[in-house]
Design a protein around this ligand. Structure first.
Ligand code: G4P
Length: 527
């Protein structure tokens, strides 16, 4: 690859922001977009109050509920870097899309509410990042409010998420008493509200070699300053050492404190984050070999397909993560699954406030291709003669289930077609009961069912009846170990779409009871 192109790839930073709802992901995203000059005012991303939807007004359901059903992509420039943020809905109704988006990023920013600590959705998303071994940067938000003690929050990271942490900065007070941030990494103090409390309008105070403020300074009068120094000393002695290698391997998370709403500590976070966040490097193919981002030839994989972006045209957009080389509009590629040649002429890129036709993009970027039914989730496309096929995207164990059937028995054909296509697309999981072959749908979030129902009606003209069968614990079993008499009233025996048998257990108790009764039967989950 030419040096110029290598530099372009090196300038890419592609990451996702993960959090539990209300931790402040949207607020922080907006601050980042403001720094990059990509939006002019806050409130553009979600637009809950203004009624303006910037990036994700694609589906009627999204509009009705004011949430982002599928992860959106935003690109902007900041200090010579091209930043791609992939949004993962933190809403509790999130779906497998949310998880798969994390397959397309090189690092993740985890936003935590300082008052609440680690919440369930953060934990789930964190686990997917961990499985991929990508670097995770932590931003502990809402420091302008009274929250948990900073040391307690670090302990939670280590105990709940089992990840080592390194505080890059440390709060001096919090809530109304927030005086500043002790920037342990840059050896300086960022003063909060520089124009009040008589702190002479200065924002940054450099520290001396001992890590203290030289001479007189109003902040030194506060016991909170002494407390922060004590904490830092304790952490320097007893805490984890800073290690860039461990950060890159996802074993150590650098922790930043701040307040997204009052824009305090956010820019320092962004600057430091961009220093350490990896640029695109390589992706593994199905044989486990690495395909470097700097390969001359273009390659990429589809991590999401979104239909109905424009209902008038019934279009579908396949989202591609470019893994190597350069994309040019109109180029010819091969689809690895079918070996079919495809011309990529109709493509789009996602800027903060709009979608634009993209002429050119490089490794690390995300592009959208208009799809007429060629693509499936997980597909690889590549340029040139040498076949590239990236490793399969993981499947996630569904947690909630519905029985589904066509309302109008005369319309079985469109019902089956719709179900097959949506399942292939990866929108939802399909199971069939063992003897009666009833259709059961499985999802990781309730919203997947709503999207399914909506799309069946609008795209396949098939009205469906969905009957909830509630939360279940899905466990696969080896076909040779299966005896249909193992099925009881506490579990439902079904087949997945690859004909593999699995039990849907009513609850943990039912599963443990089963495991005790059949100790030699191995039960496995996906991810
Ligand atoms: P999310 O995308 O993670 O769901 O969170 P979002 O940014 O929408 O923030 C959730 C709520 O928390 C919002 O208030 C937002 O203003 C507030 N918030 C975000 N960051 C901070 C912070 O640093 N400090 C404080 N005190 N609050 C913060 P809301 O009133 O629920 O929503 P909205 O009506 O303002 O959209």
């Amino acid at each position: 690859m030419e040096q110029k192109l290598k530099d372009e790839v090196e300038a890419r930073k592609t990451f996702a922001i993960i959090s539990h709802p209300d931790a402040g992901k949207t607020t922080i995203t907006e601050q980042l977009l403001l720094f990059g000059g990509a939006i002019r005012q806050a409130g553009t991303v979600k637009g809950k109050k203004t009624g303006k939807f910037a990036t994700s007004d694609w589906m009627e359901i999204e509009k009705q509920r004011g949430i982002s059903v599928t992860s959106s992509v935003m690109q902007f420039e900041y200090q010579g870097k091209k930043i791609n943020i992939l949004d993962t809905p933190g809403h509790e109704d999130f779906s497998e899309d949310t998880y798969r988006t994390l397959m397309a990023v090189d690092s993740a920013v985890m936003v935590i509410d300082s008052g609440k600590g680690i919440e369930p959705q953060t934990k789930k998303l964190f686990q997917v990042c961990r499985m991929r071994g990508i670097p995770i940067f932590t931003f502990i938000n809402k420091l302008d409010r009274d929250g948990k003690e900073p040391l307690e929050l670090l302990e939670e990271l280590e105990e709940v998420l089992k990840i080592d942490s390194y505080p890059m900065n440390w709060p001096i007070g919090m809530g109304r008493g927030l005086l500043g941030l002790y920037d342990n990494y840059n050896k300086r103090i960022e003063i909060h509200h520089p124009d009040i409390n008589g702190i002479n309008g200065e924002k940054i105070v450099e520290l001396n070699a001992e890590g203290k403020i030289e001479g007189d300074h109003p902040i030194k009068k506060s016991s909170l300053y002494d407390q922060a120094l004590d904490d830092i000393e304790l952490l320097n002695e007893a805490g984890n050492d800073f290690s860039e290698e461990k950060i890159i391997n996802g074993q150590l998370t650098p922790v930043f404190f701040g307040s997204a709403l009052t824009n305090f500590g956010v820019q320092t976070f962004l600057d430091t984050f961009l220093n350490f966040a990896p640029s695109p490097s390589s992706h593994k193919d199905i044989s486990g070999n690495k395909v470097p981002a700097t390969n001359d030839e273009f390659s990429g994989f589809i991590f999401k397909i979104q239909a109905n972006m424009n209902p008038a045209h019934r279009d579908r957009i396949a989202f591609i993560r470019i893994c190597s080389g350069e994309f040019e509009r109109g180029m010819d590629v091969t689809l690895a699954r079918t070996k079919k040649k495809i011309k990529l002429s109709n493509s789009t890129q996602f800027m903060a406030e709009s979608r634009e036709m993209v002429q050119r993009a490089v490794a690390g970027d995300i592009i959208g291709l208009y799809d007429t039914g060629n693509f499936q989730i997980g597909d690889t496309i590549f340029e040139g003669k040498k076949c590239v096929e990236f490793e399969k995207l993981p499947q996630f164990t569904p947690e909630i289930f519905m029985k589904v059937s066509a309302k109008n028995v005369m319309k079985q054909k469109s019902f089956h077609k719709g179900v097959q296509q949506l399942v292939q697309e990866g929108a939802i999981q399909l199971y069939k009961t063992f003897h009666t072959e009833d259709y059961i749908l499985g999802a990781v979030g309730q919203l997947q069912f709503e999207v399914f129902q909506y799309r069946m009606l609008h795209e396949y003209k098939s009205e469906v009846i969905m009957t909830p069968i509630g939360n279940k614990i899905a466990r696969w079993i080896k076909p040779e170990q299966l005896d249909t008499s193992m099925s009881s009233s506490r579990n439902l025996l079904v087949r997945d779409r690859f004909d593999q048998p699995l039990f849907l257990f009513e609850n943990q108790f039912a599963m443990h009871w089963f495991a005790d009764k059949y100790p030699n039967v191995e039960l496995t989950s996906l991810l």
